[in-house]
Each structure stands twice: as C-alpha cells, then as structure tokens.
Design a protein around this ligand. Structure first.
Ligand SMILES: [Zn+2]
Length: 335
C-alpha cells in the first residue's frame, strides 16, 4: 500500500507504475524503484559499467555518504546500479526521491559515470525509447524492443506448434540425473544426504525440459515433479546400498540385490516416502525456484511479453521537446 503512495508521488514527473515497479526518467537518468526486503527499495539507475568492477560500488557508497550523509547500499549490475533506499513520512516522497537522485547523480559524476546512452538490446547509440528490459528500465531502440518481442512471440508460437512432450521428458530426465549427481556424490563419498542439494533436482530437470524443446504448458510441471519424486526414491536406494556395504560384509552386487529386495515393494517404497520429509521439502523449494525462472508456460510468457511491451516510452533525452532538466542539456549549460 505504502509503495503505491510513493509511486504515485512520482507520477507528476512522468513516472509509470507497472506491477511492483515504478519507472521513469530523471534528468537524463533512466531509473526504476522496486521493493526490497520489506521497508526498503532498490533504486536502479541505468548505466554502462563493467560488472566485474568490485571497487565501483564501494567507491559510490563512500561518495554518496560524503555528499548526503546517508549510507546507501550499492550493487553493480553492469547495465544498472542498484542503490538501497528507504522512505519516511517526514517529508513528501517526491522530495526524498529527488534528494536521493541528487546525491547519486553527483556521486556518479565524480566517478565519471554518465547515464546509460546506448541501447540495452543492441548496444547502439541514440536510443529513442525507454523500456523495461532484462530486469531494469533501460534506454533502448523501440525497433530493437519490437523485434525482440516479436522474436519471443514467434518462439512461443513455435513451441505451441512444435514443442514436444517426448523430447521434453527426455530432457527433464537427463536434467534429473545431472541435478542428482551432487547428491549421489555426497552419498557415495560422504555417506550423507544433504537435503538442500536436493533443490537442484527439479531446477535442472525443468531446465532440461525447456532446452529439449519440451512443450511449455502445465504438463511440464507434472513431469518435473514426477521425475523429482523418482529421484528421491533412487537416492534413498543408493544410500541404502552404501549403508549395507558399510555395515555388512557384502559386495556391491549383493548389497544391490538386498536393497532391491528390501525397498522395491509397496512397504519399502512407503518407508522411503515417509522417511524423506526433508528431501521433499527441498524438492518443493527447487520447484518453487524453477517456477519463477525456468517453468514458464506459454500463456504466462505471453502475458509477460505484453507487460514488457507496455512499458515502452519515448526517451526524453532524445525527444525534440527535451526539457532543460535533462542531463545532457544541464551539462552543456553548466560547463
Ligand atoms: Zn538497439
């Protein structure tokens, strides 16, 4: 609720709200607010810097502190810098926002960093528009956004026509095996199951499904859940074999046979399932993570595309009626 009040206070400056995000242009800087950890916000500022430059965010933190007396966390995302800010009720939100931006833009100038002035999609100059792209609000060519949206739309259509449950299942199966390897490794070498590693299984499995041109609809989730379930049983089986070999004087073949005899029946399977609570818990965690990153149904992707396209706006830095507030204009008059 509070975020809405903050976001709407920026609306007079031409900022738009899209879901949890608020985005706009401030004196040539393309910026975005998004909630972070409850009472905080990330203030993302579009720039073009080296993502590997670890000292940059440290320097900027120090500069902002010198300039404003406020310590703002800073994360270097390469195409944007994310500053951690918070808002209080003591003064108008817009004023607080402007104060943050004043301090941040001065700090950026001191570090020799200018606002992003190349297209986030192709890297070319004179980006005529602004759009949400690849996790933040960015200067872009509207043509680049339109063609990448069109490409994504075609991919979805292609997947609807040609996506296959069979190849997807094979991919998900291979992914399940790859995702299980760390767990199998710890079972064999350390003789212990680390439940947290188990979250990898559905994630890699879902990735495999996608990479093998699996048809992206609700059934893809069923496959991933099913295979993850199977892998719980396989891992408990493997760890039983290892346990037997350690406890009893038998070789791998005998341990395998005994484990099969013990576990591969209804009672044995029930025992595995009831004793694997934590594994299932982490399996759910993995599915939850995969859901947000990998498992995206065609209809969900389409909705996302439409949302993305709806944030496309002209870039005020390059529009003919560019206001005197813009970074480029203010720099040319002050120097
Ligand atoms: Zn471009």
């Amino acid at each position: 609720m509070k975020s809405n009040a903050i976001y709407s206070s920026l609306a007079p400056m031409g900022f738009i709200t899209a879901g949890q995000l608020c985005m706009g242009s401030w004196r040539g800087y393309t910026v975005q607010l998004r909630p972070y950890n409850g009472q905080y916000y990330y203030l993302d500022v579009a720039v073009r810097v080296d993502k590997r430059d670890k000292s940059l965010s440290k320097n900027l933190r120090r500069r902002v502190k010198e300039l404003s007396g406020k310590g703002l966390g800073c994360v270097n995302g390469g195409s944007h810098l994310s500053f951690v800010v918070s808002f209080n009720k003591k003064s108008p939100y817009q004023e607080q926002f402007e104060n943050y931006m004043q301090a941040i833009s001065s700090a950026l100038r001191q570090e020799g960093i200018s606002p992003a002035d190349s297209c986030a999609v192709c890297g070319g100059g004179t980006p005529d528009s602004l759009c949400f792209y690849d996790s933040s609000y960015q200067p872009v060519h509207s043509a680049c956004i339109r063609s990448s949206l069109e490409q994504a739309r075609q991919d979805i259509e292609q997947n609807k026509l040609n996506g296959s449950y069979l190849t997807g299942f094979i991919g998900a199966f291979l992914g399940m095996i790859v995702g299980s390897l760390p767990s199998i490794f710890t079972i064999v070498v350390l003789e212990h199951i680390y439940a947290v590693l188990f979250a990898l299984v559905p994630m890699v499995s879902a990735y495999g499904y996608r990479k093998f041109n699996g048809r992206m609809d609700k059934l893809s989730v069923v496959f991933v859940v099913l295979l993850s379930f199977v892998s719980v049983i396989v891992m408990q089986f493997v760890s039983t074999v290892i346990l037997l070999m350690g406890e009893l004087p038998m070789d791998a073949g005998e341990a395998l046979a005994l484990s099969a005899q013990l576990l591969l029946n209804l009672e044995g399977l029930m025992l595995i399932i009831t004793s694997s609570g934590s594994l299932f818990l982490f399996m759910l965690l993995g599915i939850f993570i995969a859901w947000r990153s990998v498992i995206q149904t065609n209809s969900g992707s389409l909705k996302n595309l439409e949302g993305l396209g709806s944030t496309l706006r002209p870039n005020p830095a390059y529009s003919p009626e560019s206001d005197s507030n813009s970074y480029y204009a203010s720099e040319s008059t002050s120097e």
